[in-house]
Design a protein around this ligand. Structure first.
Ligand code: HEM
Length: 297
């Protein structure tokens, strides 16, 4: 794709409702067609910048959908991280009711992310093989934003930040993310503040490591769900978190299916055993006690 120069950063000029109405009256029902500079849409959305970012490696017409679906998923990973960071901020301040909004958005974005897999359903092993070698050792396994998302959700394998050691900014961000409490760590701390008796080993644990399911947290959720009254915000929080965990699980499931569909059990481009490695990775559960508690409800 032809490269065009990145445009200088300009500001979007705000307008009032009165100015908007005056403009519409002058336009006689038609949209504005004349601008003295770059259209404000592009100043805001940076669409022209986004559309410069597709650089396929082959002449294969199918590669573009593989590349762009990957980019679309990267944006969704980032957006979901944004919502989960907002969630942790609100939970830390005991604003449970308000935390439901970013959690709902996160679940909806994950739904959009999952729908993006449909754009790859056309791909047979022969289709993938036409450009696969050109991807070299490049693999989604090296997605820093996916790793951020896992860290926020509480899936924390510190070894998985090693690939980024030579990218100092990315490495520093991931190291920070590992040192910061996950959504689940914040939820556990919140439950303690709401009067559930939780052991110090849980509340003071090293957040850089993966949380292990704990029977006391499970018991707290059984108790919370026992009250199905409309004012039980913690039960609503539990359901909103469950939705996020389920949607994230669906992404992993769709990924494994896409892998099986396009490369069977061949080894991965990122150096792993492929399918077998992914199935092991999927065994790690997001918000584990929210699932296990249901047996006792
Ligand atoms: C059909 C196309 C795809 C195939 C065949 C495929 C294959 C694989 C394989 C084999 C792995 C294991 C690591 C390795 O490479 O050795 C992997 C990991 C991964 N891939 Fe894909 N992938 C595909 C599409 C995508 C897309 C579109 C994304 C979105 C960005 C993505 C994101 C990831 C992530 C985040 C991991 C790491 C998962 C984890 O840590 O559990 N993959 N992929």
């Amino acid at each position: 794709m032809e490269q065009t120069e990145l445009r200088p950063r300009t500001e979007v000029r705000p307008v009032t409702a009165r100015q908007r109405a005056a403009r519409a009256a002058r336009n006689g029902g038609e949209p504005t067609l004349e601008f003295t500079e770059r259209v404000p849409y592009d100043t805001y959305v940076h669409a022209s910048t986004l559309h410069q970012l597709q650089q396929p490696l082959s002449g294969d017409p199918g590669e573009m959908s593989f590349l762009m679906v990957s980019q679309i998923m990267e944006l969704y990973f980032s957006l979901t991280c944004h919502e989960l960071r907002e969630t942790t901020r609100l939970l830390r301040a005991d604003r449970v009711w308000e935390a439901l909004a970013p959690l709902r958005r996160a679940a909806l974005h994950l739904e959009g992310l999952n729908a993006a897999w449909r754009g790859l359903r056309w791909m047979t092993p022969a289709d993938f093989n036409r450009f696969r070698n050109l991807l070299g050792e490049g693999s989604g396994f090296q997605s820093a934003m996916y790793r951020h998302l896992e860290f926020l959700l509480g899936l924390r394998d510190p070894a998985l930040i090693r690939p980024f050691r030579r990218q100092t900014d990315v490495y520093a961000e991931l190291t920070d993310a590992l040192a910061t409490a996950s959504v689940w760590d914040e939820v556990v701390a919140l439950l303690a503040r709401y009067g559930h008796e939780l052991p110090a080993e849980l509340l003071e644990r090293d957040v850089a490591t993966e949380h292990e399911a704990h029977p006391v947290v499970e018991a707290a959720w059984v108790e919370i769900y026992a009250d199905d009254g409309p004012d039980n915000h913690l039960r609503m929080l539990g359901e909103a978190l469950t939705e996020v965990a389920e949607q994230f699980g669906d992404w992993r499931h769709h990924h494994v299916k896409a892998v099986q569909r396009t490369m069977g059990a061949k080894v991965g481009s990122g150096g792993s055993a492929g399918l077998a490695w992914l199935q092991r990775s999927m065994a790690r559960v997001v918000f584990p006690e929210l699932w296990s508690a249901r047996t006792a409800m």
